[in-house]
Design a binder for this molecule. Structure first.
Ligand SMILES: Nc1ncnc2c1ncn2[C@@H]1O[C@H](COP(=O)(O)OP(=O)(O)O)[C@@H](O)[C@H]1O
Ligand SMILES: [Mg+2]
Length: 159
């Protein structure tokens, strides 16, 4: 396994949330978390754990942002949650001006990150989700950039 990657299979939604919480504890603001993987593979579940870990109030975090595209929350750090499922690449994507969020100092977590044309342009933590069976999901954390390498190392240590 590549040193900048961490692979883990979770056996329940709670385990996936726990990974989100574990990562949240290591964030200091301004990180980009790029989530990919099929519908139902656990991306939003992970984001819920991340939000718990960042102390985002339960009432302000009740849904996937699929229909609103971008939601912002205040926890221990400001959080921006983006879901690109319904956004076509090209002008529609550019109109979201995600680069401004990325530069804002908020924790930016983006579902369907692979749809972002400019995904290669900045450093980020990739988290890929794969459906294994009804209860299990295989997660692959991949650091793109030094800061994210530290986060991957911290996640491994937390095990
Ligand atoms: N190990 C697991 N991790 C995450 N979700 C799981 C797991 N096992 C079952 N599930 C279920 O899979 C679904 C994942 O949905 P969701 O997080 O919305 O996926 P996505 O955002 O990738 O479309 C939920 O219904 C959840 O209860
Ligand atoms: Mg989702």
């Amino acid at each position: 396994m590549n040193a900048s990657e961490y692979h883990i299979t979770t056996g329940s939604p709670e385990e996936t949330r726990a990974l989100g919480r574990a990562l949240a504890g290591r964030l200091r603001g301004g990180e980009i978390l790029g989530l990919s993987g099929d519908l139902g593979s656990g991306k939003t579940c992970f984001v819920h754990g991340l939000a718990e870990g960042l102390e985002v109030g339960g009432n302000s975090w009740v849904r996937s942002p699929t229909f609103t595209l971008i939601n912002e929350y205040e926890g221990r750090l400001p959080v921006v949650h983006v879901d690109l499922f319904r956004v076509a690449p090209g002008p529609e994507m550019e109109d979201l001006h995600l680069e401004e969020y990325f530069a804002s100092g908020s924790v930016c977590v983006v579902e369907w990150f692979e749809r972002l044309d400019a995904a290669g342009a900045q450093e980020f933590m990739g988290v890929h989700f794969r459906y294994v069976d009804e209860e299990r999901r295989a997660l692959r954390f991949a650091a793109h950039g030094r800061r994210y390498g530290e986060l991957v190392a911290a996640l491994k240590e937390a095990r």
